[in-house]
Ligand binder design. Structure first.
Ligand code: NAD
Length: 506
Protein backbone atom coordinates (compact mmCIF):
# COMPACT_ATOMS: atom_id res chain seq x y z
CA UNK A 1 0.00 0.00 0.00
CA UNK A 2 1.65 3.26 -1.15
CA UNK A 3 0.78 5.87 1.46
CA UNK A 4 0.77 9.60 0.72
CA UNK A 5 -0.10 12.56 2.88
CA UNK A 6 -3.47 14.18 2.20
CA UNK A 7 -2.67 17.87 1.56
CA UNK A 8 -6.03 19.24 2.66
CA UNK A 9 -5.99 17.48 6.02
CA UNK A 10 -2.29 16.97 6.69
CA UNK A 11 -2.81 14.77 9.76
CA UNK A 12 -4.46 12.06 7.69
CA UNK A 13 -2.76 9.90 5.14
CA UNK A 14 -4.26 8.30 2.08
CA UNK A 15 -3.52 5.31 -0.12
CA UNK A 16 -4.31 4.45 -3.71
CA UNK A 17 -5.93 1.32 -5.03
CA UNK A 18 -4.72 0.34 -8.48
CA UNK A 19 -5.78 -2.08 -11.21
CA UNK A 20 -3.58 -5.17 -10.97
CA UNK A 21 -3.71 -5.53 -14.77
CA UNK A 22 -2.81 -1.98 -15.86
CA UNK A 23 -1.63 -0.14 -12.76
CA UNK A 24 -4.32 2.50 -13.38
CA UNK A 25 -5.33 4.24 -10.12
CA UNK A 26 -8.90 3.24 -9.28
CA UNK A 27 -9.31 5.49 -6.23
CA UNK A 28 -7.64 7.24 -3.29
CA UNK A 29 -8.82 6.46 0.24
CA UNK A 30 -8.04 7.59 3.77
CA UNK A 31 -5.89 5.45 6.04
CA UNK A 32 -8.24 5.30 8.99
CA UNK A 33 -6.53 5.04 12.37
CA UNK A 34 -7.90 4.25 15.83
CA UNK A 35 -9.59 7.68 16.03
CA UNK A 36 -11.56 7.32 12.78
CA UNK A 37 -12.36 3.68 13.50
CA UNK A 38 -13.59 4.62 16.98
CA UNK A 39 -15.76 7.35 15.44
CA UNK A 40 -17.28 4.86 12.97
CA UNK A 41 -18.11 2.46 15.82
CA UNK A 42 -19.59 5.39 17.78
CA UNK A 43 -21.81 6.27 14.78
CA UNK A 44 -22.85 2.65 14.38
CA UNK A 45 -23.76 2.16 18.06
CA UNK A 46 -26.93 4.36 18.20
CA UNK A 47 -27.81 3.34 14.65
CA UNK A 48 -27.81 -0.29 15.81
CA UNK A 49 -30.45 0.52 18.41
CA UNK A 50 -32.82 2.10 15.85
CA UNK A 51 -32.16 -0.79 13.48
CA UNK A 52 -32.93 -3.41 16.15
CA UNK A 53 -36.14 -1.57 16.99
CA UNK A 54 -37.21 -1.75 13.34
CA UNK A 55 -37.89 -5.44 13.89
CA UNK A 56 -37.58 -8.27 11.40
CA UNK A 57 -40.23 -6.93 9.07
CA UNK A 58 -38.78 -3.42 8.85
CA UNK A 59 -35.28 -4.78 8.34
CA UNK A 60 -36.49 -7.17 5.65
CA UNK A 61 -37.97 -4.24 3.70
CA UNK A 62 -34.82 -2.15 4.14
CA UNK A 63 -32.54 -5.00 3.06
CA UNK A 64 -34.69 -5.78 0.04
CA UNK A 65 -34.47 -2.08 -0.93
CA UNK A 66 -30.67 -2.38 -0.63
CA UNK A 67 -30.79 -5.49 -2.79
CA UNK A 68 -32.87 -3.82 -5.49
CA UNK A 69 -30.56 -0.80 -5.68
CA UNK A 70 -27.50 -3.03 -5.75
CA UNK A 71 -28.99 -4.95 -8.67
CA UNK A 72 -29.85 -1.73 -10.53
CA UNK A 73 -26.23 -0.63 -10.07
CA UNK A 74 -24.79 -4.07 -10.76
CA UNK A 75 -23.31 -3.19 -14.17
CA UNK A 76 -21.22 -0.48 -12.49
CA UNK A 77 -20.28 -2.85 -9.66
CA UNK A 78 -19.20 -5.59 -12.09
CA UNK A 79 -17.05 -3.09 -14.00
CA UNK A 80 -15.51 -1.82 -10.76
CA UNK A 81 -14.67 -5.35 -9.54
CA UNK A 82 -13.03 -6.02 -12.92
CA UNK A 83 -10.92 -2.85 -12.65
CA UNK A 84 -9.93 -3.08 -9.01
CA UNK A 85 -9.55 -6.85 -8.54
CA UNK A 86 -8.67 -7.77 -12.14
CA UNK A 87 -11.10 -10.68 -12.60
CA UNK A 88 -13.03 -10.94 -15.89
CA UNK A 89 -16.48 -9.34 -16.12
CA UNK A 90 -18.34 -12.66 -16.20
CA UNK A 91 -16.63 -13.85 -13.00
CA UNK A 92 -17.40 -10.52 -11.36
CA UNK A 93 -21.03 -10.91 -12.43
CA UNK A 94 -21.28 -14.44 -10.93
CA UNK A 95 -19.87 -13.05 -7.70
CA UNK A 96 -22.38 -10.18 -7.59
CA UNK A 97 -25.27 -12.52 -8.40
CA UNK A 98 -24.27 -14.88 -5.57
CA UNK A 99 -24.00 -11.96 -3.15
CA UNK A 100 -27.47 -10.79 -4.16
CA UNK A 101 -28.91 -14.27 -3.52
CA UNK A 102 -27.42 -14.25 -0.02
CA UNK A 103 -28.83 -10.79 0.65
CA UNK A 104 -32.26 -11.92 -0.45
CA UNK A 105 -32.15 -15.09 1.66
CA UNK A 106 -30.92 -13.37 4.81
CA UNK A 107 -33.56 -10.64 4.51
CA UNK A 108 -36.40 -13.11 4.01
CA UNK A 109 -35.40 -15.77 6.55
CA UNK A 110 -34.13 -13.85 9.58
CA UNK A 111 -37.54 -13.72 11.30
CA UNK A 112 -38.15 -17.45 10.87
CA UNK A 113 -34.68 -18.45 12.10
CA UNK A 114 -34.15 -15.91 14.87
CA UNK A 115 -37.61 -14.95 16.08
CA UNK A 116 -39.03 -16.16 19.39
CA UNK A 117 -40.15 -19.78 19.47
CA UNK A 118 -41.42 -22.09 22.16
CA UNK A 119 -39.21 -24.74 23.65
CA UNK A 120 -40.29 -27.93 25.43
CA UNK A 121 -40.09 -28.08 29.19
CA UNK A 122 -39.57 -31.21 31.34
CA UNK A 123 -41.81 -33.20 33.61
CA UNK A 124 -40.16 -31.69 36.70
CA UNK A 125 -40.70 -28.15 35.36
CA UNK A 126 -44.00 -28.81 33.65
CA UNK A 127 -45.48 -25.62 35.12
CA UNK A 128 -42.99 -23.43 33.21
CA UNK A 129 -43.36 -22.26 29.62
CA UNK A 130 -40.03 -21.92 27.82
CA UNK A 131 -38.99 -19.93 24.78
CA UNK A 132 -35.83 -19.01 22.94
CA UNK A 133 -35.00 -16.09 20.68
CA UNK A 134 -31.87 -14.73 19.07
CA UNK A 135 -31.01 -11.13 19.87
CA UNK A 136 -28.57 -8.90 17.99
CA UNK A 137 -25.11 -8.37 19.44
CA UNK A 138 -24.87 -4.65 18.67
CA UNK A 139 -22.01 -3.60 16.39
CA UNK A 140 -20.14 -6.18 14.31
CA UNK A 141 -16.75 -5.48 12.72
CA UNK A 142 -16.37 -7.13 9.32
CA UNK A 143 -12.87 -7.38 7.82
CA UNK A 144 -12.78 -8.49 4.19
CA UNK A 145 -10.29 -9.93 1.68
CA UNK A 146 -9.69 -8.80 -1.90
CA UNK A 147 -10.27 -12.02 -3.85
CA UNK A 148 -14.09 -11.93 -3.64
CA UNK A 149 -14.55 -8.32 -2.58
CA UNK A 150 -18.36 -8.43 -2.96
CA UNK A 151 -19.35 -11.96 -1.96
CA UNK A 152 -17.16 -12.61 1.07
CA UNK A 153 -17.95 -9.39 2.97
CA UNK A 154 -21.65 -9.59 2.04
CA UNK A 155 -21.63 -13.16 3.37
CA UNK A 156 -21.07 -11.67 6.83
CA UNK A 157 -22.55 -8.17 6.44
CA UNK A 158 -26.03 -9.10 5.26
CA UNK A 159 -26.44 -11.85 7.84
CA UNK A 160 -25.27 -9.51 10.63
CA UNK A 161 -27.62 -6.76 9.44
CA UNK A 162 -30.59 -9.11 9.01
CA UNK A 163 -30.00 -10.27 12.59
CA UNK A 164 -30.38 -6.67 13.77
CA UNK A 165 -26.77 -5.51 14.16
CA UNK A 166 -24.95 -2.52 12.77
CA UNK A 167 -21.71 -3.23 10.88
CA UNK A 168 -18.41 -1.41 10.59
CA UNK A 169 -16.78 -2.81 7.48
CA UNK A 170 -13.06 -2.70 6.66
CA UNK A 171 -12.58 -3.84 3.07
CA UNK A 172 -9.20 -5.13 1.90
CA UNK A 173 -6.69 -2.38 1.12
CA UNK A 174 -6.56 -3.86 -2.40
CA UNK A 175 -10.29 -3.40 -3.02
CA UNK A 176 -11.48 -0.37 -1.00
CA UNK A 177 -13.44 1.10 -3.93
CA UNK A 178 -15.64 -2.01 -4.08
CA UNK A 179 -16.12 -1.83 -0.30
CA UNK A 180 -17.14 1.83 -0.45
CA UNK A 181 -19.48 1.09 -3.38
CA UNK A 182 -21.34 -1.46 -1.22
CA UNK A 183 -21.57 0.91 1.75
CA UNK A 184 -22.64 3.88 -0.42
CA UNK A 185 -25.33 1.81 -2.08
CA UNK A 186 -26.66 0.75 1.31
CA UNK A 187 -26.65 4.38 2.51
CA UNK A 188 -28.57 5.48 -0.59
CA UNK A 189 -31.12 2.69 -0.27
CA UNK A 190 -31.59 2.95 3.52
CA UNK A 191 -30.78 6.60 4.33
CA UNK A 192 -32.50 6.64 7.75
CA UNK A 193 -30.37 3.86 9.24
CA UNK A 194 -26.60 4.41 9.04
CA UNK A 195 -25.91 0.82 10.07
CA UNK A 196 -23.26 0.06 7.46
CA UNK A 197 -20.19 2.18 8.16
CA UNK A 198 -16.97 1.73 6.23
CA UNK A 199 -13.36 2.36 7.29
CA UNK A 200 -10.39 2.01 4.94
CA UNK A 201 -6.74 1.11 5.39
CA UNK A 202 -4.54 -1.95 5.79
CA UNK A 203 -3.98 -4.40 8.64
CA UNK A 204 -3.43 -1.58 11.17
CA UNK A 205 -6.96 -0.30 10.46
CA UNK A 206 -8.24 -3.87 10.83
CA UNK A 207 -6.42 -4.14 14.16
CA UNK A 208 -7.94 -0.83 15.30
CA UNK A 209 -11.39 -2.26 14.51
CA UNK A 210 -10.67 -5.39 16.58
CA UNK A 211 -9.91 -3.27 19.68
CA UNK A 212 -12.57 -0.58 19.13
CA UNK A 213 -15.18 -2.14 21.40
CA UNK A 214 -17.21 -3.94 18.72
CA UNK A 215 -19.34 -6.86 19.86
CA UNK A 216 -17.97 -9.40 17.38
CA UNK A 217 -15.39 -9.51 14.60
CA UNK A 218 -15.93 -11.46 11.38
CA UNK A 219 -12.70 -11.89 9.45
CA UNK A 220 -12.23 -13.41 6.04
CA UNK A 221 -8.50 -13.67 5.36
CA UNK A 222 -5.39 -15.76 5.84
CA UNK A 223 -4.67 -17.98 8.87
CA UNK A 224 -1.87 -15.59 9.94
CA UNK A 225 -4.34 -12.72 10.06
CA UNK A 226 -6.82 -14.98 11.83
CA UNK A 227 -4.32 -15.54 14.62
CA UNK A 228 -3.57 -11.79 14.88
CA UNK A 229 -7.29 -10.94 14.99
CA UNK A 230 -8.00 -13.57 17.62
CA UNK A 231 -5.11 -12.34 19.77
CA UNK A 232 -6.28 -8.72 19.50
CA UNK A 233 -9.86 -9.69 20.34
CA UNK A 234 -8.78 -11.84 23.31
CA UNK A 235 -8.04 -8.75 25.41
CA UNK A 236 -11.74 -7.81 25.62
CA UNK A 237 -13.09 -11.34 25.06
CA UNK A 238 -14.60 -10.08 21.81
CA UNK A 239 -15.92 -13.14 19.96
CA UNK A 240 -14.67 -13.87 16.46
CA UNK A 241 -15.77 -15.80 13.40
CA UNK A 242 -12.83 -16.70 11.18
CA UNK A 243 -13.18 -17.65 7.50
CA UNK A 244 -9.58 -18.45 6.60
CA UNK A 245 -7.59 -20.07 3.82
CA UNK A 246 -7.99 -23.49 2.27
CA UNK A 247 -6.24 -26.26 0.40
CA UNK A 248 -9.31 -27.92 -1.02
CA UNK A 249 -9.04 -31.44 -2.32
CA UNK A 250 -10.98 -33.08 -5.14
CA UNK A 251 -11.43 -36.85 -5.22
CA UNK A 252 -12.07 -38.68 -8.48
CA UNK A 253 -13.37 -42.22 -7.96
CA UNK A 254 -13.41 -45.08 -10.48
CA UNK A 255 -17.03 -44.58 -11.58
CA UNK A 256 -16.83 -40.77 -11.94
CA UNK A 257 -17.88 -38.90 -15.07
CA UNK A 258 -14.32 -38.05 -16.10
CA UNK A 259 -15.25 -35.31 -18.58
CA UNK A 260 -17.26 -33.50 -15.93
CA UNK A 261 -14.53 -34.03 -13.35
CA UNK A 262 -11.84 -32.58 -15.67
CA UNK A 263 -14.01 -29.61 -16.60
CA UNK A 264 -14.82 -28.82 -12.97
CA UNK A 265 -11.26 -29.38 -11.78
CA UNK A 266 -10.06 -26.75 -14.25
CA UNK A 267 -12.82 -24.35 -13.24
CA UNK A 268 -12.32 -25.02 -9.52
CA UNK A 269 -8.56 -24.63 -9.72
CA UNK A 270 -8.18 -21.87 -12.26
CA UNK A 271 -11.22 -19.58 -12.16
CA UNK A 272 -10.17 -16.24 -10.68
CA UNK A 273 -6.58 -17.35 -11.40
CA UNK A 274 -6.85 -19.83 -8.52
CA UNK A 275 -7.28 -16.95 -6.07
CA UNK A 276 -10.24 -18.57 -4.36
CA UNK A 277 -10.23 -19.77 -0.77
CA UNK A 278 -12.23 -22.76 -2.06
CA UNK A 279 -10.04 -23.33 -5.10
CA UNK A 280 -9.34 -26.94 -6.03
CA UNK A 281 -5.67 -27.14 -5.03
CA UNK A 282 -5.12 -30.93 -4.89
CA UNK A 283 -6.67 -33.72 -6.96
CA UNK A 284 -6.55 -37.35 -5.79
CA UNK A 285 -7.53 -39.80 -8.51
CA UNK A 286 -7.96 -43.54 -8.06
CA UNK A 287 -5.47 -45.62 -10.01
CA UNK A 288 -8.08 -47.25 -12.26
CA UNK A 289 -9.01 -43.97 -14.00
CA UNK A 290 -5.89 -41.90 -13.31
CA UNK A 291 -4.41 -41.92 -16.84
CA UNK A 292 -7.71 -41.20 -18.56
CA UNK A 293 -8.54 -38.38 -16.13
CA UNK A 294 -5.11 -36.77 -16.49
CA UNK A 295 -5.39 -36.82 -20.30
CA UNK A 296 -8.74 -35.03 -20.14
CA UNK A 297 -7.47 -32.56 -17.54
CA UNK A 298 -4.43 -31.68 -19.64
CA UNK A 299 -6.57 -31.20 -22.75
CA UNK A 300 -9.01 -28.88 -20.95
CA UNK A 301 -6.41 -26.92 -18.96
CA UNK A 302 -4.26 -26.19 -22.02
CA UNK A 303 -7.14 -24.26 -23.58
CA UNK A 304 -7.47 -21.82 -20.65
CA UNK A 305 -6.24 -18.29 -21.40
CA UNK A 306 -5.34 -15.67 -18.82
CA UNK A 307 -5.42 -11.97 -19.73
CA UNK A 308 -6.29 -8.44 -18.74
CA UNK A 309 -9.36 -8.02 -20.94
CA UNK A 310 -12.91 -8.32 -19.63
CA UNK A 311 -13.40 -11.58 -21.56
CA UNK A 312 -10.25 -13.49 -20.60
CA UNK A 313 -10.71 -16.86 -18.84
CA UNK A 314 -9.03 -15.40 -15.80
CA UNK A 315 -7.16 -12.25 -14.91
CA UNK A 316 -3.91 -11.22 -13.25
CA UNK A 317 -2.66 -12.17 -9.80
CA UNK A 318 -4.15 -9.39 -7.71
CA UNK A 319 -1.65 -9.44 -4.85
CA UNK A 320 1.86 -8.92 -6.30
CA UNK A 321 3.67 -10.80 -3.50
CA UNK A 322 1.55 -13.90 -4.23
CA UNK A 323 3.49 -14.30 -7.50
CA UNK A 324 6.58 -15.20 -5.48
CA UNK A 325 4.66 -17.83 -3.49
CA UNK A 326 3.30 -19.44 -6.66
CA UNK A 327 6.79 -19.46 -8.21
CA UNK A 328 8.24 -21.00 -5.03
CA UNK A 329 5.60 -23.77 -4.99
CA UNK A 330 6.29 -24.58 -8.67
CA UNK A 331 10.09 -24.58 -8.27
CA UNK A 332 9.87 -26.71 -5.13
CA UNK A 333 7.59 -29.31 -6.80
CA UNK A 334 9.75 -29.54 -9.92
CA UNK A 335 12.93 -29.80 -7.84
CA UNK A 336 11.35 -32.72 -5.93
CA UNK A 337 10.68 -34.62 -9.15
CA UNK A 338 7.20 -33.45 -10.18
CA UNK A 339 6.49 -33.11 -13.91
CA UNK A 340 4.51 -30.25 -15.48
CA UNK A 341 2.14 -31.54 -18.18
CA UNK A 342 0.68 -28.06 -18.75
CA UNK A 343 2.72 -24.90 -18.16
CA UNK A 344 6.07 -25.16 -16.46
CA UNK A 345 8.77 -23.21 -14.67
CA UNK A 346 8.05 -20.11 -16.79
CA UNK A 347 4.32 -20.05 -16.07
CA UNK A 348 4.75 -17.02 -13.80
CA UNK A 349 5.09 -13.83 -15.85
CA UNK A 350 3.82 -10.93 -13.77
CA UNK A 351 1.08 -10.03 -13.34
CA UNK A 352 -0.17 -13.29 -14.94
CA UNK A 353 0.34 -16.98 -14.25
CA UNK A 354 -0.37 -19.50 -17.01
CA UNK A 355 -2.29 -22.69 -16.18
CA UNK A 356 -0.15 -25.45 -14.69
CA UNK A 357 -0.92 -29.18 -14.27
CA UNK A 358 1.59 -31.15 -12.19
CA UNK A 359 1.91 -34.93 -11.79
CA UNK A 360 4.29 -37.15 -9.79
CA UNK A 361 4.20 -34.62 -6.97
CA UNK A 362 5.63 -36.00 -3.69
CA UNK A 363 3.43 -35.60 -0.62
CA UNK A 364 5.86 -33.24 1.12
CA UNK A 365 5.91 -30.72 -1.77
CA UNK A 366 4.75 -27.22 -0.78
CA UNK A 367 2.15 -27.29 -3.55
CA UNK A 368 0.37 -30.15 -1.77
CA UNK A 369 0.73 -28.71 1.73
CA UNK A 370 0.28 -24.92 1.64
CA UNK A 371 -2.21 -22.59 0.00
CA UNK A 372 -0.85 -21.74 -3.48
CA UNK A 373 -3.57 -19.27 -4.55
CA UNK A 374 -2.64 -19.64 -8.20
CA UNK A 375 -3.86 -21.62 -11.26
CA UNK A 376 -1.85 -24.73 -10.39
CA UNK A 377 -3.36 -28.24 -10.25
CA UNK A 378 -1.25 -31.03 -8.70
CA UNK A 379 -2.68 -34.48 -9.44
CA UNK A 380 -1.91 -37.46 -7.20
CA UNK A 381 -2.55 -41.13 -7.88
CA UNK A 382 -4.37 -43.02 -5.11
CA UNK A 383 -4.76 -46.77 -4.70
CA UNK A 384 -8.50 -46.46 -4.03
CA UNK A 385 -11.06 -44.02 -2.67
CA UNK A 386 -10.13 -44.84 0.94
CA UNK A 387 -6.53 -43.85 0.38
CA UNK A 388 -7.64 -40.74 -1.53
CA UNK A 389 -9.71 -39.64 1.47
CA UNK A 390 -6.83 -40.33 3.87
CA UNK A 391 -4.45 -38.25 1.74
CA UNK A 392 -6.99 -35.44 1.39
CA UNK A 393 -7.57 -35.37 5.15
CA UNK A 394 -3.86 -35.30 5.99
CA UNK A 395 -3.72 -31.52 5.77
CA UNK A 396 -4.32 -28.92 8.47
CA UNK A 397 -6.75 -26.96 6.29
CA UNK A 398 -10.37 -28.05 5.98
CA UNK A 399 -12.52 -25.53 4.12
CA UNK A 400 -14.28 -27.15 1.14
CA UNK A 401 -13.81 -30.28 -0.95
CA UNK A 402 -15.25 -31.96 -4.03
CA UNK A 403 -16.01 -35.56 -4.96
CA UNK A 404 -16.57 -36.94 -8.42
CA UNK A 405 -18.01 -40.40 -7.98
CA UNK A 406 -21.07 -42.53 -8.53
CA UNK A 407 -22.07 -45.13 -5.98
CA UNK A 408 -19.71 -44.11 -3.16
CA UNK A 409 -20.08 -40.34 -3.59
CA UNK A 410 -21.94 -39.55 -0.39
CA UNK A 411 -19.90 -41.73 2.02
CA UNK A 412 -16.75 -40.15 0.57
CA UNK A 413 -18.25 -36.65 0.93
CA UNK A 414 -19.05 -37.39 4.58
CA UNK A 415 -15.61 -38.80 5.32
CA UNK A 416 -13.78 -35.72 4.08
CA UNK A 417 -12.64 -33.43 6.88
CA UNK A 418 -14.04 -30.15 5.56
CA UNK A 419 -16.80 -27.70 6.34
CA UNK A 420 -18.44 -28.23 2.95
CA UNK A 421 -18.20 -30.84 0.18
CA UNK A 422 -19.82 -30.80 -3.25
CA UNK A 423 -20.57 -33.97 -5.19
CA UNK A 424 -20.07 -33.86 -8.97
CA UNK A 425 -19.44 -30.10 -8.97
CA UNK A 426 -17.11 -27.59 -7.33
CA UNK A 427 -17.81 -24.59 -5.06
CA UNK A 428 -21.58 -25.08 -5.28
CA UNK A 429 -22.20 -24.88 -1.54
CA UNK A 430 -21.01 -21.25 -1.42
CA UNK A 431 -23.86 -20.26 -3.75
CA UNK A 432 -26.67 -21.91 -1.77
CA UNK A 433 -27.63 -19.38 0.90
CA UNK A 434 -29.52 -21.83 3.07
CA UNK A 435 -26.30 -23.83 3.73
CA UNK A 436 -23.77 -23.00 6.44
CA UNK A 437 -20.35 -21.93 5.24
CA UNK A 438 -17.05 -22.23 7.10
CA UNK A 439 -14.06 -24.42 7.77
CA UNK A 440 -12.32 -26.64 10.28
CA UNK A 441 -8.70 -26.63 11.48
CA UNK A 442 -6.54 -23.93 9.89
CA UNK A 443 -9.50 -22.86 7.74
CA UNK A 444 -11.11 -21.23 10.74
CA UNK A 445 -14.27 -21.68 12.78
CA UNK A 446 -17.75 -20.34 13.12
CA UNK A 447 -20.21 -20.23 10.25
CA UNK A 448 -21.55 -17.63 7.87
CA UNK A 449 -24.51 -18.16 5.49
CA UNK A 450 -27.75 -19.95 6.23
CA UNK A 451 -29.47 -20.27 9.61
CA UNK A 452 -26.11 -20.87 11.36
CA UNK A 453 -24.75 -17.71 9.72
CA UNK A 454 -27.66 -15.67 11.05
CA UNK A 455 -27.26 -17.11 14.55
CA UNK A 456 -23.51 -16.41 14.44
CA UNK A 457 -24.32 -12.70 14.82
CA UNK A 458 -26.73 -13.08 17.72
CA UNK A 459 -26.86 -14.22 21.30
CA UNK A 460 -29.35 -16.92 22.15
CA UNK A 461 -31.74 -15.67 24.80
CA UNK A 462 -33.71 -18.20 26.84
CA UNK A 463 -36.83 -17.14 28.76
CA UNK A 464 -38.97 -19.24 31.09
CA UNK A 465 -42.30 -18.15 32.54
CA UNK A 466 -44.02 -19.92 35.44
CA UNK A 467 -47.56 -20.58 34.30
CA UNK A 468 -48.85 -21.81 37.68
CA UNK A 469 -47.21 -22.70 41.00
CA UNK A 470 -46.78 -26.39 41.88
CA UNK A 471 -48.21 -27.43 45.24
CA UNK A 472 -44.85 -29.07 46.11
CA UNK A 473 -42.02 -26.99 44.64
CA UNK A 474 -38.62 -28.69 44.43
CA UNK A 475 -36.60 -25.51 44.40
CA UNK A 476 -37.62 -23.89 47.66
CA UNK A 477 -36.32 -24.06 51.21
CA UNK A 478 -39.98 -24.60 52.23
CA UNK A 479 -40.13 -27.88 50.30
CA UNK A 480 -41.78 -30.70 52.32
CA UNK A 481 -39.46 -33.62 53.18
CA UNK A 482 -41.25 -36.19 50.98
CA UNK A 483 -40.82 -34.28 47.71
CA UNK A 484 -37.25 -35.30 46.78
CA UNK A 485 -37.74 -39.05 47.58
CA UNK A 486 -40.90 -39.01 45.42
CA UNK A 487 -39.12 -37.26 42.54
CA UNK A 488 -36.20 -39.73 42.83
CA UNK A 489 -38.63 -42.59 42.31
CA UNK A 490 -40.14 -40.86 39.29
CA UNK A 491 -36.66 -40.24 37.83
CA UNK A 492 -35.73 -43.93 38.14
CA UNK A 493 -38.99 -45.00 36.52
CA UNK A 494 -38.66 -42.49 33.70
CA UNK A 495 -34.92 -42.57 32.94
CA UNK A 496 -33.41 -45.58 34.71
CA UNK A 497 -34.77 -48.51 32.74
CA UNK A 498 -31.97 -50.33 30.86
CA UNK A 499 -32.15 -50.31 27.07
CA UNK A 500 -33.34 -53.62 25.71
CA UNK A 501 -30.45 -53.69 23.28
CA UNK A 502 -27.29 -51.58 23.29
CA UNK A 503 -26.51 -49.99 19.92
CA UNK A 504 -24.00 -52.12 18.00
CA UNK A 505 -24.56 -55.21 20.23
CA UNK A 506 -26.14 -58.31 18.75
P1 NAD B 1 -5.24 -11.13 4.56
O1 NAD B 1 -5.30 -12.01 5.74
O2 NAD B 1 -3.94 -10.60 4.14
O3 NAD B 1 -6.18 -9.84 4.75
C1 NAD B 1 -7.56 -9.99 5.02
C2 NAD B 1 -8.04 -8.71 5.69
O4 NAD B 1 -7.47 -8.63 7.00
C3 NAD B 1 -7.63 -7.43 4.97
O5 NAD B 1 -8.69 -6.52 5.02
C4 NAD B 1 -6.45 -6.94 5.80
O6 NAD B 1 -6.25 -5.55 5.73
C5 NAD B 1 -6.88 -7.36 7.19
N1 NAD B 1 -5.78 -7.51 8.15
C6 NAD B 1 -4.49 -7.83 7.90
N2 NAD B 1 -3.80 -7.88 9.06
C7 NAD B 1 -4.67 -7.61 10.06
C8 NAD B 1 -4.57 -7.53 11.48
N3 NAD B 1 -3.43 -7.74 12.11
N4 NAD B 1 -5.68 -7.23 12.18
C9 NAD B 1 -6.86 -7.04 11.56
N5 NAD B 1 -7.02 -7.09 10.22
C10 NAD B 1 -5.94 -7.37 9.48
O7 NAD B 1 -5.94 -11.93 3.38
P2 NAD B 1 -6.13 -11.51 1.86
O8 NAD B 1 -4.80 -11.59 1.20
O9 NAD B 1 -6.90 -10.24 1.77
O10 NAD B 1 -7.08 -12.67 1.34
C11 NAD B 1 -6.60 -13.92 0.96
C12 NAD B 1 -6.76 -14.94 2.06
O11 NAD B 1 -8.12 -14.96 2.48
C13 NAD B 1 -6.46 -16.34 1.59
O12 NAD B 1 -5.83 -17.08 2.61
C14 NAD B 1 -7.85 -16.89 1.31
O13 NAD B 1 -7.92 -18.30 1.32
C15 NAD B 1 -8.62 -16.27 2.42
N6 NAD B 1 -10.04 -16.25 2.08
C16 NAD B 1 -10.89 -17.05 2.80
C17 NAD B 1 -12.23 -17.08 2.47
C18 NAD B 1 -13.19 -17.96 3.23
O14 NAD B 1 -14.37 -17.82 3.02
N7 NAD B 1 -12.74 -18.85 4.10
C19 NAD B 1 -12.72 -16.28 1.43
C20 NAD B 1 -11.84 -15.47 0.75
C21 NAD B 1 -10.51 -15.47 1.08
Amino acid sequence: MAITEDRETPVRTTFDSASPATGEIVGTFPVDGPEQVGAAVARARPAAEGWAELGFDGRRKALLAFKALLVRRSDDLVALVHRENGKPNDDAFIEVLTGVEHLDWAARNAARVLGPRRARSTLALVNHAASVEYQPLGVVGVIGPWNYPVLTPLGSIVYALAAGNAVVFKPSELTPAVGCFLADTFADAVPDHPVLQVVTGDGATGHALCVAGVDKVALTGSPATGRAVMAACAERLTPVVLELGGKDAMIVDADADLDAAADQAVWGGMANAGQTCLATERIYVVDEVYDRFVAKLVERASRVRPGGGPDADYGPITLPRQLEIIRRHLDDALARGARALVGGPDAVHPPYVDPVVLVDVPADALVLREETFGPVLPVVRARDAGQAVALANANPYGLGAAVFAGRRAEPIARALRSGMTSVNSVLTFAGIPSLPYGGVGQSGFGRTHGPDGLREFTRAKAITRQRFPLPFPMQSFDRPGYVIPAVRRVMKLRHGRPLRRMPGRR
